[in-house]
Design a protein around this ligand. Structure first.
Ligand code: FAD
Ligand code: SF4
Length: 470
């Protein structure tokens, strides 16, 4: 069938799933894409050239067998496709929704040379969503159970990736999280217009049935001591993320009306789901002129949340140009479509106001020499200050690691940036300086991506299996 259609990539262009009408999607906290239809999936999957050396696989952080499951999906063989997809990824339907594919798999597709990449992410989402709707569940019948058990701290993508590989190899994972639901930032961070919360609650049921035990509303270091986990379990995995908000360091950051991005997003999730403790916790932008500072995924999520809350205007100020934005281009496009105004090359210097936010002073920048990450440094243009009027400012400058003190007391070493030291190349993958403790995800690499956290959790599980000699 594939041979009959070698020119499919010319005859059929790249196609994304249809987005809901703007007037509808701007007002609701549900995913904006309509489900991909079987015909669309088949047409897209057929476009794959099945390159001998598939760059998409190399660029995908979990090295998914992309051309293989595209071929299975194009034939409608969903049950084989979903099995293959789960050999490399613990949450394929999540990655299909939130990975910045333009920078990863799709960015590496050979068809980018003038034809448009195969729609890989949406097909990945389709395969698992369809299989689950058909009643598919991971087959655990061949698992040989051992007597080993591992404590996993954090039910985010890293912890889940680790627990998934452990349980499939007969090791009992007990996952602790301080939050009432699994997912980490997938649940308490990323908004529902990108990833609906039911995706993770459905996953909780599946993982629980597989044998993963979740102990939620349990904070290690407060409700349960780290030392007791070291004593009771054969190994411990740390997947606790990065939660220290980066500050701008300019005057006015403490004025009423200035909000940190993550608490703002979480307050909206809690409000929409009926999880909030008190109505005072809800930060509502209805009728306000909102300025969001930052250019990453978190900033885009804040912009689009404010739009949906009924903000009068939403302006996103970013200190570099659009080319140098760190987040997914797809989400920037979505934000623009939904009415967010972007001001590029603007660096905030002061939040102004008398007892509350009234505006933000920004200065125009020009891009200079590249920094150590290869991104060009913004340099202020003297005399170019202007004040953007605002009733609320949301600061989305990113996150830094905040490892708890008890780690160091238990021989877990940190690097100069407070990241837990754990290397893939160690004798046991992602083992820390305490041989019984492994780590992965944002707390090891600094705040990054869902898919890289999943990868490190899975690799750490392989390290734990080797360490336990299983
Ligand atoms: P987390 O997801 O942070 O999970 C850590 C878990 O550990 C949390 O549940 C926390 O409650 C728990 N924990 C911490 N300390 C303790 C303790 N002492 N006891 C018990 N539990 C504890 N990435 C993408 O790929 N695409 C996106 O579109 C995207 N959008 C994002 C939007 C926002 C707003 C944010 C903030 C991030 C976004 N990211 C995105 C990044 C991505 O979410 C993270 O890189 C990823 O979630 C990291 O996974 P993790 O498992 O390392 O940590
Ligand atoms: Fe692409 Fe992410 Fe899926 Fe890999 S996990 S194929 S990078 S969408």
């Amino acid at each position: 069938q594939r041979l009959n259609n070698v020119f499919q990539f010319i005859d059929v262009g790249r196609q994304d799933p249809t987005k809901k009408a703007l007037r509808v999607r701007k007002n609701e906290f549900v995913e904006i894409y309509q489900p991909f239809q079987p015909k669309q999936v088949s047409a897209q999957a057929h476009r794959c050239l099945d390159c001998g050396n598939p760059y998409c696989e190399w660029k995908c952080p979990v090295h998914n067998y992309i051309p293989n499951w595209l071929a299975l999906a194009s034939e409608g063989n969903i049950l084989e496709a979903v099995e293959l997809s789960h050999q490399t990824n613990s949450l394929p339907e999540v990655c299909g929704r939130v990975c910045p594919q333009d920078r990863l798999c799709e960015g590496a597709c050979t068809l980018n040379d003038g034809f448009g990449a195969v729609t890989i992410g949406s097909t990945e989402k389709y395969i698992t969503d369809t299989a689950l709707a058909m009643g598919w569940k991971p087959d655990m019948s061949k698992v040989v159970w051992t007597d080993k058990k591992v404590a996993v701290i954090g039910a985010g993508p890293a912890g889940i990736g680790c627990a998934d590989v452990l349980v499939r190899n007969g090791v009992k994972p007990v996952v602790f999280d301080r939050y009432p639901e699994i997912g980490g930032l997938l649940t308490f961070g990323i908004p529902e217009f990108k990833l609906e919360k039911t995706v993770m609650s459905r996953r909780r049921e599946i993982f629980s049935e597989m044998g993963i035990e979740f102990r939620l509303n349990t904070e290690i270091g407060k409700d349960v001591s780290f030392e007791s986990l070291l004593a009771e379990y054969d190994a411990v995995f740390l997947g606790m993320g990065t939660y220290k908000y980066m500050k701008g360091g300019f005057p006015g950051e403490d004025l009423p009306g200035v909000h940190e991005a993550l608490p703002y997003l979480i307050s909206n999730v809690n409000h929409c789901r009926g999880w909030e403790q008190s109505l005072d916790d809800f930060v509502d932008m209805k009728g306000k002129r909102v300025v969001v500072l930052g250019g990453g995924d978190t900033a885009m999520d804040c912009n689009r949340t404010a739009v949906r809350q009924g903000a009068k205007t939403v302006t996103c100020a970013y200190r570099r140009d659009q080319e140098n934005m760190p987040g997914s281009r797809r989400e920037v496009t979505n934000a623009k479509e939904e009415g967010v105004k972007f001001l590029f090359n603007r660096q905030p210097v002061e939040i102004v106001g008398d007892g509350k936010v009234e505006g933000i002073k920004v200065i125009t920048t020009e891009l200079g020499e590249p920094d150590e990450k290869g991104r060009r440094r913004p340099q202020a243009v003297p005399g170019s200050e202007e004040i953007l009027p605002a009733d609320a400012v949301i600061i989305a400058f990113g996150f830094q690691p905040n490892p708890p003190e008890w780690l160091v007391g238990n021989d877990v070493h940190l690097d100069d940036w407070q990241r837990v030291q754990a290397a893939e190349e160690s004798e046991f993958s992602f083992q820390t300086s305490n041989p019984k403790v492994f780590a992965g995800g944002d707390m090891v690499r600094g705040s990054d991506l869902v898919v890289t956290a999943i990868y490190e959790g899975r690799k750490a599980a392989e390290g734990i299996l080797d360490y336990l000699d299983i």
